[in-house]
Design a protein around this ligand. Sequence first.
Ligand code: ATP
Ligand code: MG
Length: 414
Amino acid sequence: MINIPKGTKDVLPSDSYKWHYVENTAREVANLFGIKEIRTPTFEHTELFLRGVGDTTDIVNKEMYTFNDKGNRSITLKPEGTAGVARAFIENGLFSGAMPLKMYYITPVFRYERPQAGRLREHHQFGIEFYGGNGADLDAEVILTAYTLLTKLGLSVELNINSMGCKTCRQAYNNALKEYLKSSLDKMCPTCQSRYEKNPLRILDCKEEGCKQLTKDAPKITDYLCDDCSEHFSKLQNYLTLSGLKFKVNPYIVRGLDYYTKTVFEFVTTALGSQGTVCGGGRYDGLIEQIGGNSVPGVGFGMGLERILMLMEATGVEIPKEKGIKVFIASAGDKANEKAFELCYKLRLNGVVAETDHMQRSFKSQFKYADKIGAEYVIAIGDNELTENKVNVKKMADGTTVEISLDEIVNYNF
Ligand code: ATP
Ligand code: MG
């Protein structure tokens, strides 16, 4: 017996309706906000993520599925959705079209992490990417897209926002943070010790309890923002307030990726233990340039669909079942079986969800089966029905029957 790889999951036929519901709602919300789907490959040249995600991030340092293909190219399975979209944006010359360009994706994401509840090695994200606009109104719209989707899904989660500043003000903040942490360097986890020189901001994102303690009173980046970043941040808050969104300024959220500038945000819940971030995003004005394009500002988010589904389950959100079988045609006897087979196919061609028996069951068990699969109507065909060219259409909900001619079935208005 070969088992499923660690950190991956099957979605079984009995559960796939939940995924359809979440994905369809995401597409609906994207449509409302004028966002079009983009699909990019599941794997890219490793170099794209080294440059686009950044070589001081956990993703690049520890979590990537990287291998050499048979042509000896270094290939990496998508560890996030943004870099591929940015590559496609440049490669397809999308920058010469009308701006802003609003795109969304639904994609598998691969990260070599320690599997636990809400943390998988293959998970799925719904994400959006807006290119071209540099105003806080666009940041607010990105946040509103996530908020609208979460609300439509019946979820209430807390919105945390922060600004990571730009190259200029982040440098001043990095210095202040390093100064503050200098004396505790030896108490930090080894990863944070190496972050200290390379990317001190990342220490704020550490999940080790010891490091969390060391940073809990650290200087706040919001106290170091330059005028431009500071104005951008207050405009964002104004747009969110205008839209009636509640939010918390959390000066310690820095997000795990290197490309963020100015706005960063997270939607978090306490209902999922330590895997409480269901959506994270922000602005990345330097990304397109970093992977070889012209300077084009961008803003977006990634939302973890497994965590969304877990949260829906944990908070008792009822997910509507998809439409089931309309008509089940039960039959007994060779001729009747043939008729049932033929009618079932013809009904389907007419757009009616029909089913018939494929297990040589008795009439009684066919009725039981029809009930189990939730058929709305059942028609039984035996020798009598064939001779008289008449059948009873039974409505399962109330047991009422209507007699129609066999020839009418295909065009009957069920
Ligand atoms: P975390 O801090 O939980 O590791 P992250 O900052 O690495 O999250 P992002 O890269 O922003 O996460 O990914 C966007 C969203 O994808 C997260 O908010 C989360 O909902 C989901 N996500 C990230 N990693 C995983 C994973 N290994 N398994 C399941 N969902 C994940
Ligand atoms: Mg992570």
